[in-house]
Design a binder for this molecule. Sequence first.
Ligand code: A3P
Length: 296
Amino acid sequence: MMDMSSTRTYNHELVPHKGFTLISGIHDPDDVDQIYNLEIRDSDVFVITYPKSGTIWMQQILLLLEADGDETATSKFNNNGDLIPWIEITGSREAFIKAPSPRMRVTHLPYHFMPSALSQKKGKVIYIARNPKDVLVSYFYFHKMASMLETPKDFNEFFERFLQGHVFGCSWFEHIKTWYSHKDEINALFITYEEMIQDLRSVVDRISLFLGKQLNDEQLANVVKHSTFTNMCKIPQASYEQVPEELLNHRQGRFMRKGTIGDWKNHFTVAQNERFDELFQKEMKDFPLSFIWDIR
Ligand code: A3P
């Protein structure tokens, strides 16, 4: 979501574009449209997330897998986002074209903007889903610190905005449903934030296998060790503490906020929870997957 080098001030405008919204000053609609035509190599990896679902967590895991578990590999960079950038940010596409393999990128874009070559099973896609109730809470706090997003008046106002999809990312439901409906056309691994919390090692093993990596047991253990919440908090590149103040106001919060499951219970009223459940049932009734969080 972030342009690490920008010195602009933002007008917080969400710009409607082809069934999605882009952020004024961060995304350029013409540039985003060109992503569809990108040539894709089999070694390319795209991490797809609705915002606040574990994007920077996966950046850290992928970088560690690439470095055989060596946590010092990223230390000469300011942010993991410099190594695994958001493809939709202005200028990112051009850098992608010239980048050496393996090219790893994150994105919040819906399926229809992504390179058409993905649907010929070129490249690899990792989709991370998170309980949308926790996404909502995490996103609320992120809006307070992110300069490019409008600060919510209060939690209730943001709750309504999220339910209506009037946020960057639009509807959480549409995002996951559309991506999942194309799962057989693309080389995709679907995982959840909750699985990562519950058993990070087994998720790391699955990712490693999916990417065809050949790490030994100790190296895989190091990937896990250096991507826990506590340890990522100690690594400034991984925790986004070095993102400039004009993009993230670090006095208003931390990117690595809580890193837990179920924080929505500390925020939703009973009535809000009922409304959310009703909407979830309606939107997801035909969705073939059940999630770990269903039983919580
Ligand atoms: P919280 O705000 O609930 O703490 P994204 O990178 O997609 O913006 O997602 C950010 C969310 O992922 C934040 O959630 C952040 O704390 C959480 N996160 C990042 N790294 C994590 C880790 N190693 N373990 C658990 N949660 C992590």
